[in-house]
Design a protein around this ligand. Structure first.
Ligand code: NAI
Ligand SMILES: CC(C)=CCC[C@@H](C)[C@H]1CC[C@H]2C3=C(CC[C@]12C)[C@@]1(C)CCC(=O)C[C@@H]1CC3
Length: 345
């Protein structure tokens, strides 16, 4: 009689493994002795110990070969928030996540760790030390957030301890670090266009920025603690640096580190938010005629001008989480990793 071979617990798959967070996660998993199957719509690197599978996660036939003999799956694929494409977010984050769950069940995967986002509770107004029991945003600030909420619900509801399919969601906030394609490049681009002179509001709003290696650490702890008798099954966990910082201090430290001037002049929050809303409406109305992407979107202004920081007490207590890299060291390592973005380079 043929016996069914249980997949090795050291073989895992990273969906979205070519991305910023995904690649850092893959590198750490390799260091910890895992063999990794990467699934992504694009291939951005090659590494010994990694098998690449290129395809769209919305297509089960593409995805299934990447999950063969895998017991643990990390799902950290998503369209970039800046794309602002509602159809794409719905297709990839909602329908695609349904396909990911179905495929995991078909392939006999036992654990699924989702990269969600702390923004699933953010409505554009202050959140101070928010805990995981805050309700999902009733009015999400953009389509990205709207679909991240649906995605998280799908994954957590799929958790079935009796059937042996275990899920957990990690909610990071403001991930930064070497190779990040968004935060530092957007910031430098804005500075180079001479638009980083202003502080929105009084500049005292506190925000979480999380060094990428801490986010990776949170994911791996969650995966390794996920067992059928563990209290973490089907739950979300905030993962931050646990060092909220003034949004404008963080921006200034990165800018000054790269040789640019820090912003100095204050503009009232409601004025900038109102202008951003007008620009956004204008872009929407004119979309059939001209396409332009304003730098100051209402979502970005809200992120830059409100408090949004989160408690990671639950992760500390239930996952044994503690940030490994301080904000100071994370900023220094990030600045050093972008020589091509320095002033004058
Ligand atoms: N960067 C940040 O500050 C934060 C990110 N997150 C979440 O972390 C995750 C990773 O984000 P990043 O690494 O920053 O993004 P990223 O854009 O660098 O990586 C996402 C990866 O997903 C892949 N992908 C997109 N659509 C796909 C599809 N249909 N099929 C297969 N692969 C596809 C992309 O090719 C890319 O390699 C995302 O789920 C994001 O929502 C959450 C909170 C903050
Ligand atoms: C904490 C958190 C969720 C960060 C996410 C990253 C991005 C949303 C930010 C990275 C660079 C930021 C930025 C702005 C808004 C938020 C970011 C895009 C501005 C556009 C805000 C208004 C300005 O004055 C310029 C800023 C450039 C950098």
């Amino acid at each position: 009689m043929a016996t069914r071979v249980r997949p090795s617990s050291k073989r895992c798959a990273v969906i979205g493994g070519s991305g910023f967070l995904g690649r850092h996660l893959v590198e750490k998993l390799l260091e910890r002795g895992y063999s990794v199957s990467v699934f992504d719509i694009r291939q951005s690197y090659e590494l010994p110990g990694v098998t690449f599978h290129q395809g769209d996660l919305c297509d089960e036939q593409d995805l299934l070969p990447a999950l063969k003999d895998v017991s643990l799956v990390f799902h950290c694929a998503s369209p970039a928030p800046a794309s602002d494409d509602r159809g794409l977010f719905e297709r990839v984050n909602i329908q695609g996540t349904r396909i990911v769950i179905q495929s995991c069940l078909k392939a006999g995967v036992q654990k699924l760790v989702l990269t969600s986002s702390a923004s699933v509770v953010f409505e554009g107004t202050d959140i101070k030390n928010g805990r995981e029991d805050l309700p999902y945003a009733r009015k999400p600030i953009d389509y990205y957030t709207e679909t991240k909420i649906q995605q998280e619900k799908l994954v957590l509801e799929a958790c079935d301890q009796e059937k042996g399919f275990l899920t957990v969601a990690i909610r990071p906030h403001g991930i930064f670090g070497p190779r990040d394609p968004q935060l530092v490049p957007i910031l430098v681009d804005t500075a180079r266009r001479g638009k980083m002179k202003f502080i929105i509001g009084d500049g005292t709003n506190l925000v979480d920025f999380t060094f990428v290696e801490n986010v990776v650490h949170g994911h791996i702890l969650a995966a390794e603690r996920l067992r059928s008798d563990s209290p973490i099954c089907g739950k979300p966990y905030h993962i931050t640096n646990d060092e909220p910082i003034k949004f404008w201090d963080f921006m200034s430290e990165v800018l000054v580190g790269l040789g640019y001037a820090a912003p100095r002049y204050h503009l009232p929050y409601s004025l900038v938010y109102g202008l951003a809303l007008l620009l956004w409406l204008l872009a929407l109305i004119l979309r059939p005629l001209v396409s332009f992407k304003p730098t100051f979107t209402p979502m970005r202004v809200a992120l830059a001008g409100t408090h949004h920081y989160y408690s990671c007490d639950r992760a500390k207590q239930e996952l044994g989480y503690k940030p490994l890299v301080s904000l100071k060291e994370g900023i220094a390592r990030t600045v050093e990793s972008y020589p091509h973005l320095r002033q004058g380079a």
